[in-house]
Ligand binder design. Structure first.
Ligand code: S3P
Length: 431
């Protein structure tokens, strides 16, 4: 348990840890490639270590020196694992690895922690079965542990209605070893790091507008070639510090090297609509991804805002911390079309509603979102994180701006994506 009280303001510069999605993909694509890859500024966290451990168990040789990884790729020829693979808390590890295992003729089983064992896997299992993989698991293959015997795949066309980047990525990785073309059609874009990184590993990925949305298409049988990848700072992690600066009068922060990919920066765009002073400075490209330093200044009380279903994918992981900002904005804010939040590391709609209510906020909960009536000041409360890193950090931010004491029940879960979170708060806080 951690006790939190109000801090006066935050000031200075910070480089938050590297992007989780990109760090997972860097390990996976390096493992699939022919030759050696170097990964710089890799995110060292519980989730990304779960991916690294999983690929080591498939025979991948890795040299790690802090955040520098040297990986010897196996060109899609992995070893049958001697034991069960463990994705721990990480949905990205489980779903992307299922795509890779589907290309391998051997037997493997993957599981995860209690939270992950309760999350739906059929969204990726069904299309992989359609491609030809033999997959079984609890609840007819919807829940981990899941077993796979793969190989002999055929390309398919998949309509990505849920805008899931994990499903898209799993199918593209399987498609690289399938006969013919594999394509994913997206009515609303999901994060496109896999496509960008595949190109950096020399794959040809076709992208164009189709009748039902954007088409991402690749031909099976292509080889990936090892390369060097730089991982930028994670916009989902810098979101907590941007929120702190906007909640605490007199604050000003510069967050260095942050990924501002348009499929990921919806949170920052929404905050500007609420009246926040957020600027992207020093724009540049790092390993095929757009990056900037984010300059944020306290901007007075923010205005209420609505989030529409088609805006959700570009800010999906930031919605808990956005909800905290909505809770102190002037007026009633609304989020709709965010039903996917119910199947994240926790039921984030419930966790947000329950914890905001504990802090004195009126929240109306819907199956796919919530309405939040902004208050002048949050009240300290006992916060139930459900072991969910983003709930823990979003409500720590709330606690640092609230009147009275806030208690976070499991602060250690921040290690899933941001082990240095509380140290970084100490570094920028002004008493
Ligand atoms: C991720 C995709 C998103 C996101 C998750 C990371 C990824 O999940 O919420 O934190 O790295 O591909 P979905 O694919 O379920 O939308």
């Amino acid at each position: 348990m951690l006790r939190i009280t109000k801090i006066r303001a935050v000031k200075g510069e910070l480089r938050v840890p590297s992007d989780k999605s990109i760090s997972h993909r860097a390990v996976i694509l390096s493992s699939l490639a022919d030759g050696e890859s170097l990964i710089r500024n890799w995110l060292v966290s519980e989730d990304t270590l779960a991916t690294l451990e999983t690929f080591k168990r498939l025979g991948v040789e890795v040299e790690r020196n802090g955040d520098l990884l040297k990986i010897k790729g196996r060109n899609y020829h992995f070893q049958e694992p001697a034991d069960i693979l463990d994705a721990r808390n990480s949905g990205t590890t489980a779903r992307l690895t299922l795509g890779v295992l589907s290309t391998q003729p051997f037997f493997s089983v993957i599981t995860g922690d209690e939270s992950l064992r309760n999350r739906p896997m059929l969204r990726v299992v069904e299309p992989l079965r359609q491609m030809g993989a033999f997959i079984d698991g609890r609840e007819k293959g919807n829940k981990l542990p899941i077993s796979v015997r793969g190989g002999g795949l055929k390309g398919i066309s998949f309509f990505n209605k849920k805008a899931s980047a994990q499903v898209k990525s799993a199918l593209l990785l399987a498609g690289l070893k399938a006969e013919g073309y594999t394509e994913v059609v997206e009515p609303v874009l999901s994060r496109d790091h896999t496509e960008r990184m595949l190109k950096a590993f020399s794959a040809e990925v076709l992208e164009f507008e189709g009748e039902q949305g954007r088409v991402i298409k690749l031909k099976g049988g292509q080889k990936l070639y090892g390369t060097e990848v730089f991982c930028p700072a994670d916009p989902s992690s810098s979101a907590f510090f941007v929120a702190l600066a906007l909640l605490l009068e007199g604050s000003e922060l510069i967050l260095k090297d942050v990924l501002i990919n348009p499929t990921r920066d919806g949170f920052y765009r929404k905050l500007r609509q609420m009246g926040a002073d957020i600027r992207y400075e020093n724009l540049r490209d790092i390993s095929g991804e757009p990056v900037a330093d984010i300059h944020v200044r306290y901007s007075g009380r923010l205005k209420a805002v609505e989030v529409k279903p088609e805006e959700v994918p570009s800010m999906i992981d930031e919605i808990p911390v956005l909800a905290v900002l909505m809770a102190t904005a002037e007026g009633t804010s609304k989020v709709r079309g965010a039903q996917e939040l119910r199947v994240k590391e926790s039921d984030r709609i419930r966790a947000v509603a329950e914890n905001l209510r504990a802090m004195g906020v009126r929240v109306e909960e819907y199956e796919d979102g919530f309405d939040i009536e902004g208050v002048e000041r949050l009240k300290g409360a006992f916060i139930k994180t459900y072991g969910d890193h983003r709930i823990a950090m979003a409500f720590s931010v709330a606690g640092f701006s609230a009147e009275g004491e806030t208690i976070i029940d499991k602060p250690e879960c921040v290690g899933i994506s941001y082990p240095e979170f509380y140290e970084h708060v100490e570094r920028v806080k002004i008493l």
